[in-house]
Design a protein around this ligand. Structure first.
Ligand code: ZN
Length: 241
């Protein structure tokens, strides 16, 4: 069932090329660490990065994508508006979108949310405990009541997003803050999942629970064969009037 799902992992891929400490954790990029996990789960996976033509997100690539995973941080402003519009259109048509960590400030996430998507942050390598608050949700499959990330960047409330359709995770940080770390949204036929973990200087995308959440999210966000969406003038009533 899941073998036919097609994921595309998009990464800005700048930190890994300029910062040796990041390259040591992700020698061939964050996108490859995530892609390898998804492949190990039997998904069909391609990757795309900012510096490729059309950021690697051609019409053909997006047409073959059931769920797009997005990691960006330094260069949100370099993502062309035309490509953002193209991704946005595909989400409305039903493509899943999984936005990771600092992707909260990406053009595509802000456009889909319609809010500033700002938050508090602090980088001290503190512990994060991620609580599952929707235990029956498919994105929580295989997890315990909570899992911990030994060293993380803190993200704190208030997170300026619309209220999620479903909140799956809440993080607690050693310093005392909390954060809505796993947020589900629907936009027309598309499903969007925001997942907080993933700062580039910690090996977070090597941690099994984090990778498990990402593959669960791909399965949850993939399109379903629902009805065609129709708008506008609808002249023929179903019943005699
Ligand atoms: Zn970060």
């Amino acid at each position: 069932m899941t073998n036919s799902l097609r994921a595309t992992v998009w990464n800005e891929y700048r930190h890994e090329k300029r910062d040796p400490a990041v390259a040591k954790i992700y020698p061939d990029g964050i996108h490859q660490a995530i892609a390898r996990h998804l492949q190990s789960e039997g998904l069909t996976v391609q990757t795309a990065t900012l510096d490729e033509p059309e950021h690697g997100l051609t019409q053909a690539v997006l047409a073959q994508t059931d769920a797009l995973i997005w990691w960006g941080h330094l260069a949100h402003g370099e993502v062309a508006d035309e490509i953002v519009e193209r991704v946005h259109q595909r989400v409305l048509e039903g493509m899943g979108l999984i936005v990771l960590h600092s992707g909260h400030f990406s053009k595509i996430f802000k456009k889909l949310m319609g809010t500033a998507c700002d938050l508090k942050w602090r980088e001290m390598g503190e512990k994060e405990r991620i609580w599952v608050v929707e235990p029956g949700h498919p994105i929580a499959a295989g997890l315990g009541e909570y899992f911990e990330i030994p060293q993380a960047e803190m993200y704190g409330e208030h997170f300026d997003i619309p209220a999620p359709d479903t909140l799956v995770f809440i993080s607690w940080f050693q310093g005392g803050e909390v954060f809505r770390s796993g947020c589900c949204f629907h936009r027309r036929r598309g499903k969007i999942f925001y997942f907080r973990p993933g700062h580039e200087t910690y090996p977070i995308y090597h941690q099994p629970e984090v990778l498990r959440v990402i593959s669960n999210a791909v399965r949850w966000a993939a399109p379903v064969a629902g009805p065609e969406v129709k708008f506008g003038h609808y002249p023929t009533p179903l019943e005699k009037i």
